[in-house]
Structures are given as C-alpha cells and as structure tokens.
Write a protein that binds this ligand. Structure first.
Ligand code: CA
Length: 497
C-alpha cells in the first residue's frame, strides 16, 4: 500500500534555497504539482538559471557571471512521497540526461518525507488537465515524441516505468515533453528493444484513450500497438511515420469530451470512462465509479468500461434498428461486465464492484441510457439540466419515501450506500431510459464526484457558459475542486449535432 499523501505546502512556503510556493495546481496519483517562483525577497542574491551562478544581487538586471537576463521566474514543482519512487528518481536525476523530449529538473530538493523536482515553466499544460479527445495530429506527435524519448533513455540504460498522463507536459506550440517520470530500472548498458516493448504497448494504450469516438482508424491502430503488433519502438515509429498524413488529415468537430480527475483528497482514482463506435449509426459512452480500494475499485471500473464496450461492439452488427433489440444488447453488455468483474473479484478474493452509467446513441437522435448505482446521466436542454437516471442508493429511497429532501440526501452521512452495483451479485438489474434528442442537446454522464460536489444549477451554468465540450469538462472538474474535491470526478459530455 502506498504511503499516505503528505499535507500540501500553502502559498508562500519557501522551498529549498530558491523557491517560493505560489500554489498547488494539481494532484495526481503519487504526485502533487505546484507552481513556484524564485522571487524570495529575503534572499540577497538570485540564482541565474542559465549558468548556475548564485552571486548576483537580487536587484541586478543581468547575471554578473554570464550576462543572461535575471528576471523572476516561474517553475513547476512536482512533489512525490513514495520512497521507492524517490530512490529511483534520485539515481536518474544524478545521470543528468538531457534530451529535447525530457524536462530536465533545474533543481531536486530532498525533504525528510518528500522529493521535489523543479522544472522551468513556460505556460505548459499538464496532459492531466486535458479532456479527451485530442486531435489526431496531436496524438501522433505525442506518440513520436514520447517514443523517441523512451528510446533515447533506453540507450542510456534508463527504463522508465509506465507513463501516466501526469508525466506529459504540453506546450502551447504543440511540443510535448516527458516530465517527472518514474524509473523502473537503470542498467549498466543500453536497454534492448525487447525491454522497451512493454512501454510501446503502454503508450499506445494511454493515447488510445484520447482518440475521438469516431477516430476509429487511429484508435484501431493504437489498439493493435497496445496488443503487441508493433513490438519495438522502431516498429512503432515506422508505423506512425507511414500513417501520419492519413490520420492527421482526419479532423473532427468539437462535439464531445471525456475526463477523469483524482480530486483533492483521494490518493487513487477508481473511476473510469470510455467511448466506442458501434458501427456507422451508433456510439456508446460509459462512466464507471469503482469501489473496493487498492487493486479493487480501479480494476472493477476499468473491466466494466472495457467489457461493455467490447460486448456492445461485438453484438452491434447483429442488432440492427429495432429499439427493443438495442435495449436487450445494452442489458447483455451490463450482464457481461457484471460477470467478468464478479469472476475477477472471486479470483482475487475481494469484494470490488462498480457503478455504471451508459448511453447508446443511435442515429444521432435516439439515446438509450442505462445505469446501475449512483453515477448519473443528465440532459442539458435549453439551459436547463434534467437528471435522467435514478440513483440506486439508500438516500434516493429515502427521498422517494418522503423521508429526506433532495438537499438533505446530498449531505447525508449515508449518501454513499448503494443498493445496486455491478460485479457484486450473480445478476444485475439495470434501469433503462429512452430519450429523443434534439440538436443542441447535451448529455452528461458523471460519477458522484461531480454531482456530489457541484449543485445541478452550477453545472447548468457551466454548461451554458462554455459551448466547447472540452472546456466545459475542465470547468466542471474545476468546480468539483471548488466544491471540496473529496472524491474522484469523472465525466463524459456529448453534444448532439
Ligand atoms: Ca465516487
């Protein structure tokens, strides 16, 4: 089990010899990210980040040693606290490897229980903040850059651990750099291509999650890579090169967004989301909120999303247009997810389960919404947010019986008790809703980390303000933080065209 996350440094905290905390910008699993600057008024001298000279007075305009401008600067600081990660990163930092695809730390600060690595900051964004989908061209650039860096590090004997969204920095000009990676192993000689193969598969699986729902060709390519069809970085690199123009030419309108955020207090993100096309006329969108702790909740929600997408894809061709058949297929997909999770839970001897809310969008107009648990589906139409799904929770039952108001239910200490989940019983009963959609409608699927922190009215005003779904998705996550960020927050937003 991971060490607990330390409390965060408040703004104004001095760190190391040069830095002052401006604020915490984001949490990830195993990481806290801060913006810091070097404008420490109590320090008589300022460090030159060009040459390293520390003797110029604070008031100097240029470095007394090299003449470079000496302006206050901002940095991104990443704090980690897991001891194994700290030790391997210290070894890595000692190698001082420079590569254009890598953000080399300008400073590494070791505290008693944390390791802080500091990189210069020029307005880059964390991939963590980006809602899917990213443009195909961007995804291909990320693939090339990340794999190029993996290869360069491999030559130096550095094997990095699986890359997460938290390890990617995106600059406004389209550049991508790896940042603050975990190190798996440092070998005396260059790593063989075979040793890098797992990273190739893993990067492809990561980028797959950022493909547009209709970006089938690129998504399928990443799926093949993730399955091991292009095992070495070189194979992958060549394959990307040969497909670049064709895939990059596919441009999709901004009509959907998906994002998942760990929140401000949880260490683990046990939510998952996904989407897939089911042929030319239908798409499936899914959000799942897992439960069962480490090696439980995040596994259950991932299996649920993968299984429901796979089963629906496999069955879609046989179903056709009959609405009743579509509903049966959705039910079958939920049952399959239920059975797979239950089998996995029995094998692992735990009691993991998950909520699941799904929308099958047929012909661009007919929505079939199914849910189990308390992840919700909402319809946003003409400025008003309507809740479509009904929670399978203890407090919802109390509301239906008139014992609690909706407002009391939100803040009730037993609001987390679910009456139905996927993966915990032999069979699972799903609720189904049919909605006839209109152009301009938006459908929001979300975990309780969103609706539990943000009132419906506030969600509605965010949706009304931001027409770009990816921007709206980020703003909704931001609102969940402002609401307290006590839970993982995950959402999929679909704009009806
Ligand atoms: Ca939750």
């Amino acid at each position: 089990m991971a060490e607990p996350r330390p409390s965060h440094f408040p703004p104004g905290t001095p760190l190391g010899r040069h830095f002052l905390v401006e604020g915490l910008v984001r949490l990830a699993e195993g990481r806290m990210f801060y913006l810091v600057n070097d404008d420490r008024h109590e320090q008589p001298q300022r460090k030159c980040w060009t040459c390293g000279h520390e003797g110029s007075p604070r008031t100097a305009k240029v470095c007394h040693a090299c003449g470079a401008p000496l302006l206050p600067q901002r940095f991104l600081l990443s704090a980690r606290w897991e001891m194994s990660a700290i030790r391997s990163f210290e070894q890595f930092a000692a190698l001082r490897i420079e590569h254009p695809g890598l953000t080399a730390p300008v400073d590494v600060i070791r505290l008693e229980d944390q390791l802080l690595s500091v990189v210069s900051y020029r307005g880059e964004g964390l991939m963590l903040d980006e809602a899917a989908p990213l443009a195909n061209q961007r995804l291909l650039q990320v693939a090339q850059r990340v794999l190029g860096t993996v290869v360069a590090l491999g030559r130096r004997g550095v094997l990095i651990a699986p890359i997460s969204r938290a390890n990617l920095l995106l600059s406004p000009n389209g550049n991508v750099r790896l940042f603050d990676v975990n190190i798996d192993e440092i070998t005396p000689g260059p790593a063989s291509p075979a040793r890098l193969a797992p990273l190739v598969r893993q990067v492809a699986a990561l980028l797959r999650g950022y493909c547009h729902v209709q970006g089938g060709a690129l998504g399928d390519f990443f799926d093949l890579v993730a399955a091991g069809d292009f095992p070495t970085p070189r194979d992958f690199g060549r394959a990307v090169e040969s497909r670049f123009d064709a895939y990059a030419a596919m441009v999709f309108p901004p009509c959907l967004a998906g994002i998942s955020d760990v929140g401000l207090t949880r260490q683990l993100n046990e939510d998952n989301w996904g989407w897939t096309t089911l042929g030319p006329k239908a798409e499936l969108y899914v959000v799942a909120d897992g439960m069962g702790g480490h090696d439980g909740g995040e596994v259950a929600s991932r299996i649920a999303v993968e299984t429901i997408c796979q089963v629906a894809r496999a069955r879609a061709g046989q179903v056709g247009d009959r609405l009743g058949d579509i509903e049966l297929m959705l039910d079958e997909a939920f049952q399959a997810a239920n059975n797979t999770i239950k089998a996995e839970a029995e094998r692992g001897g735990n009691d993991m389960g998950t909520t699941l809310v799904a929308m099958l969008l047929h012909g661009g107009r007919q929505a079939f919404i199914a849910n189990v648990g308390d992840s919700r589906a909402y319809l946003f139409r003409d400025g008003v947010l309507h809740q479509i799904s009904v929670d399978h929770s203890f407090v919802q039952k109390m509301v239906e019986r008139g014992r609690l108001t909706a407002e009391e239910a939100r803040n009730h200490p037993q609001s987390n008790i679910l009456l139905r989940t996927v993966g915990t019983e032999r069979d699972v009963e799903i609720d189904l809703f049919r909605v006839e959609l209109e152009p301009g409608d938006r459908v929001l699927l979300c975990s309780d980390g969103l609706w539990g922190e943000v009132e419906d009215g506030d969600m509605a005003s965010i949706l009304a303000t931001y027409s770009d779904p990816r921007v709206a998705a980020r703003e909704l996550v931001r609102a969940s933080h402002q609401g307290g960020g006590k839970d993982n927050c995950t959402l999929v937003l679909v704009v009806v065209r």
